[in-house]
Design a binder for this molecule. Structure first.
Ligand code: PGH
Ligand code: CA
Ligand code: ZN
Length: 314
């Protein structure tokens, strides 16, 4: 049960009321940490890459980057007995979406959420037609999240929460497999100035009207112990704040099945890297200074899998 279509994993989660963290990677070390966590928790795994990650991995060549990730993830998945899926996160460029479909990704996100509803719908429908014709599932987004999206800053005044009635029509007319409704989260490490609050009523209404697997973007919790550890070794993450673990759990109760997580992995990795560099100044073997970062990333993911209820579901 190695490399699978993302829909297989998410349809089961939807039916059985749990969620899977969808974990962003840019390189080998994050994948290794994710795989280890999945094995130890017996959880299904969803790995995702942004367009930026694909460009990075391909050294500027998107075909090469997409193929690289498919080979790497499938190479690991083939030797496992837990399901592993590879997903394109925030696909915005037709050529990148096509490169991932051709390379063998299990699902793609078409993020046309910055456009007006009708254009978002038509762009999404176009990708659904192409992807479904080759058995690949599709995620789309409704409403707009604030924060950094692959280095583009979406301003607070431009944020819009999802409209549940629009969501129903959007899902029906686009044929999309998974939907990301904007309910108050944002990307990055600085999500809330005051209290962390999400619009659960809106989330519940979207679930009731669509019934499909729902995706929470901007779902990192930015754990205090990680922030403190990184700051102890010289980082400056002043004001960092994420979605508290108990709120994440509540989103699952209201219908979230895929929990997009990038910032937390980056922060755990950097905390471990800073610690190692500070404590072992004479070390120059990268495999050794990646050891602690990978451990911290793995531990964070294992904890998240328990919170979301996917441990033991593989
Ligand atoms: C995310 C990740 N990726 O699509 O939504 O969000 O910045 O909260 O990890 P975070
Ligand atoms: Ca978006
Ligand atoms: Zn996102």
């Amino acid at each position: 049960m190695p490399y699978v279509n993302t829909k297989t994993i998410l349809d089961k989660a939807n039916k059985e009321f749990y969620a899977i963290p969808a974990l962003n990677i840019n390189n080998l070390e994050f994948l290794q940490a994710i795989i280890e966590a999945g094995i130890e928790e017996r959880s299904p795994i969803i790995v995702e890459t942004s367009e930026g990650a694909i460009k990075y991995a391909g050294n500027g060549d998107i075909q090469r980057g997409a193929r690289f990730f498919v080979e790497m993830v499938r190479g690991y998945a083939d030797s496992l007995d837990i399901p592993v899926a590879l997903h394109l996160d925030h696909g915005k460029t037709f050529s990148v979406i096509m490169a991932t479909i051709t390379a063998g990704y299990g699902s793609v996100m078409i993020d046309a959420s910055e456009f007006p509803f009708e254009k978002n719908l038509s762009e999404t429908r176009k990708i659904v037609e192409i992807a479904h014709s080759v058995g690949i599932s599709v995620e789309a987004e409704l409403g707009k999240l604030v924060g950094i999206e692959d280095n583009v800053n979406v301003k607070e005044e431009d944020a819009v929460l999802v409209d549940p009635e629009e969501a129903e029509r959007f899902v029906k007319e686009s044929g999309v497999d998974f939907l990301a409704p904007a309910i108050g989260t944002s990307h990055g490490a600085f999500k809330f100035k005051g209290k962390a609050e999400l619009d659960f009523d809106r989330l519940r209404a979207v679930k009731d009207s669509t019934g499909i697997p729902l995706v929470l973007h901007g779902a990192s919790s930015v754990p205090n112990d990680i922030v403190e550890l990184a700051e102890k070794f010289g980082a400056d993450f002043k004001g960092a704040k994420g979605v508290p673990e108990d709120i994440l759990k509540q989103t699952v109760d209201f219908g979230i099945n895929k929990v997009n997580t990038d910032t937390d992995l980056r922060m755990a990795f950097i905390a471990g890297l800073r610690e190692t560099l500070a404590e072992k100044p004479s070390e120059f073997d990268p495999r050794k200074y990646f050891k602690k970062p990978k451990e911290y990333v793995k531990d964070l993911i294992k904890q998240r899998m328990r919170t979301l209820g996917c441990s033991g579901k593989a």
